[in-house]
Design a protein around this ligand. Sequence first.
Ligand code: ZN
Ligand code: MN
Length: 258
Amino acid sequence: MSHSVFYAELPWPETERRVRAGAPVFLPLGATEQHGRHMALNTDVVLPTSIAARVARRVDGLVLPAVAYGNRSQPKTGGGPSFPGTLNLAANTFSFIVRDLICELYRQNVRRVVTVNGHYENVWPTIEGIELALDAIGRDRAQGLKIIRIDHWDMIRKSTLERVFPSGYPGIELEHASVLETSMMLALRPELVDLKQALNDGPACFLPYDRYPEPPPEVPMSGVLSLTEGSSAEKGEWLLRDCEDGIVDIVNREFFAR
Ligand code: ZN
Ligand code: MN
């Protein structure tokens, strides 16, 4: 028990001891969102949590329970709210959750915070939550506090993307439930993926504007915005290694000057 990197699996004296020893604390930010017919709704939770755990083992960090609900899924980046299964939070709610957790961590004397995001629509509400936390703590009182905000897909090296997509990377917006996420899930939790159910009815070709309230007809029926073809556990491991190494480097540079 006491060797776990998962904050909530520890008794309070052990979390206190590790925080006092300077442990960076990782907050995975996810979503409960459709990820095609072939993959579990918790994909955006599993990926940042698993990546954070790998990093935490290398830097003596702690991983908080993930925020398992995300800011509203959008048709062009996550299929949108009309898919069965997807449970959304409003942007305000999500940013208040981030704000409250950072304030609570500060109160618990945590000064090294890393948010690891796995859901595209969380980006701006996370930034807002961090800003609100700094307002609440008081920017002049926040000395010693450092918050790092990371989207895991930004850690993937260009050379790895070229190996994964020999005919060209479609871009992260269209990667919802596609090769990147499917490959990483195949590496981490193959029992949550069933490629036989994949329709390969993408890639979506979106128009350069949004329409409300009806989601655009360009969203593929499967909920996969690009293609799952070419996904593999081996590619998933390359991608996860980039994410892990990238975040370890950031943590070492920003918190330990090494
Ligand atoms: Zn996802
Ligand atoms: Mn998502």
